[in-house]
Design a protein around this ligand. Structure first.
Ligand code: SF4
Length: 450
């Protein structure tokens, strides 16, 4: 029988900074599970494997809750980023280790490569260039966020044979079936509405923690966010099914940490998160839960806060972005300051300490003054919780992207200009020096929290 091998690769990140906050190649693991279900044999290379056996020093450097620094090597800065006074790096396994991994794999006919942030595409291109020279007969299919949001750029420059935009399971299956000459009745399969498969974590070498999704997309439409473009309809899974998935991973992988990477974990709390939390509390298995993606503040009622605490949610991050009323209203109205104050009170009453609550504040939005950023920072600090300052990244297809193009005047054809480290260079009235001063100021405020 001809082996139907497919190789899937999670590429490197090329950027000024990257940190492993339960960063799993979740989309690609869903694709892997789907292909396996339809009879394909899948090999997997994770270029972002922080604990690769060849990286001994990294293995020893374990940080809290299975997070930590990636191995990184400085690489030449692309000319469009040359004015950014920071070191540009390739994050992930070194190149020779990648080649060694390729040499262990039976030659595939098809290679699937995913992509994350649009401006990380140099890592994607590096993978495609290398696999094409290693397996010259294989065809390469590229999907993921960059391929979806910058499909023209990907088609023109990536050298991939196929570009997939949006959800990729069925599209890659059809491509694979065509290559391996397999006939299937897709319309009857689609009608069956297959149950969601669990991401194929068994393909990763070592799994100490996992990331999960209990829902897809978000019912809001903030002007700076691509959630709607990437996932047009909001869909929440059955809470019972989520609990079964958690049980499966706890039993089979002996993990201690689970991160929920939902865009909208708390929406419809009565029907969704509260039944999930109730079951987690009943089971009481000592698993630590984390919400790195930022929670919707307005849904943190007294009961939600209490249940989150009882269920052992350790990392609580909230998405405030700004305390400016006008901007809150005009950018999607996902939260008000009143709701924010109430949510903080509820979380503290439930048992969370000041240092356990982190709040995202955004800087660099088009039309946003330094004063607005400082006002937001001071407002968050006045409630005695940690501030997590994030830099705006203009995402193609969003309203803020168009405004940013006008205000910052960057070239729309070059996704590297979407890097969030760019804006202090482009924004009028702010220098890199001032940018670092704000960052240091925020660090000092956070240190003051008891
Ligand atoms: S609420 Fe969050 S995930 Fe939803 S659109 Fe706004 S920023 Fe995006």
């Amino acid at each position: 029988m001809i082996k139907r091998n497919i190789l899937l690769i999670n590429p490197w990140i090329y950027d000024f900074a990257a940190y492993d906050l339960w960063m799993k190649p979740l989309g690609l693991l869903y694709i892997a599970a789907f292909l396996e279900k339809f009879g394909y044999s899948v090999s997997f290379i994770n270029c972002m494997e922080r604990n690769h056996p060849a990286l001994k020093r990294n293995q020893e450097k374990k940080e809290k809750y299975d997070c930590g620094k990636f191995f990184a090597e400085e690489v030449e800065k692309p000319s469009s980023l040359k004015d950014v006074p920071r070191r540009y790096k390739r994050y992930g396994i070194p190149l020779p280790i990648f080649e060694e991994e390729l040499s262990k794999i039976p030659p595939p006919k098809l290679i699937g490569v995913t992509s994350g942030m649009t401006y990380w595409y140099p890592g994607v291109f590096e993978v495609i260039r290398r696999v094409k020279s290693f397996f010259p007969k294989a065809l390469v299919v590229l999907g993921g966020i960059y391929a979806t949001l910058c499909s023209k750029h990907a088609k023109k420059f990536s050298r991939a044979d196929y570009i997939i935009e949006g959800r990729g399971e069925w599209k890659i299956l059809r491509i694979a079936d065509e290559i391996f000459r397999i006939k299937r009745n897709y319309s009857s399969l689609l009608k069956k509405r297959e149950k969601l498969l669990y991401p194929a974590y068994h393909l990763l070498r070592r799994v100490d923690s996992i990331s999960l999704l209990t829902s897809f997309g978000c019912p809001f439409q903030c002007t700076y966010c691509a959630s709607r473009i990437l996932q047009p309809s909001f869909y929440q899974r059955d809470p019972e099914e989520v609990i079964r998935e958690i049980d499966y991973f706890v039993r089979n992988f002996r993990i201690k940490d689970i991160a929920f990477y939902d865009d909208a974990l708390l929406v419809n709390p009565q029907k969704h998160i509260l039944p999930i939390l109730k079951k987690i509390i009943e089971k009481n298995e000592g698993i630590r839960f984390h919400t790195p993606n930022g929670l919707h503040i307005r849904y943190i009622s007294k009961i939600v806060a209490k249940r989150l605490y009882q269920a052992n949610f350790k990392t609580i991050r909230l998405s405030l972005e700004t305390s400016n009323f006008r901007r809150q209203k005009n950018s999607g109205h996902k939260v008000s300051n009143k709701e924010f104050v109430q949510a903080i009170n509820n979380l503290k009453e439930a048992g969370y300490s000041s240092r356990e609550i982190e709040v995202y504040v955004m800087m660099g939005l088009p039309g946003q003054s330094l004063k607005e950023v400082m006002d937001s920072v001071k407002f968050v600090h006045s409630l005695k919780v940690k501030i997590k300052l994030v830099q705006f990244s203009p995402i193609p297809g969003t309203k803020e992207y168009e405004k940013a193009v006008k205000e910052y005047g960057f070239n729309k054809d070059e996704p590297l200009f979407q890097n969030n480290s760019i804006f202090p260079l482009k924004k009028k009235g702010i220098s890199f020096q001032e940018f670092w001063e704000i960052k240091n100021f925020v660090n000092e405020l956070n240190l003051k929290l008891s």
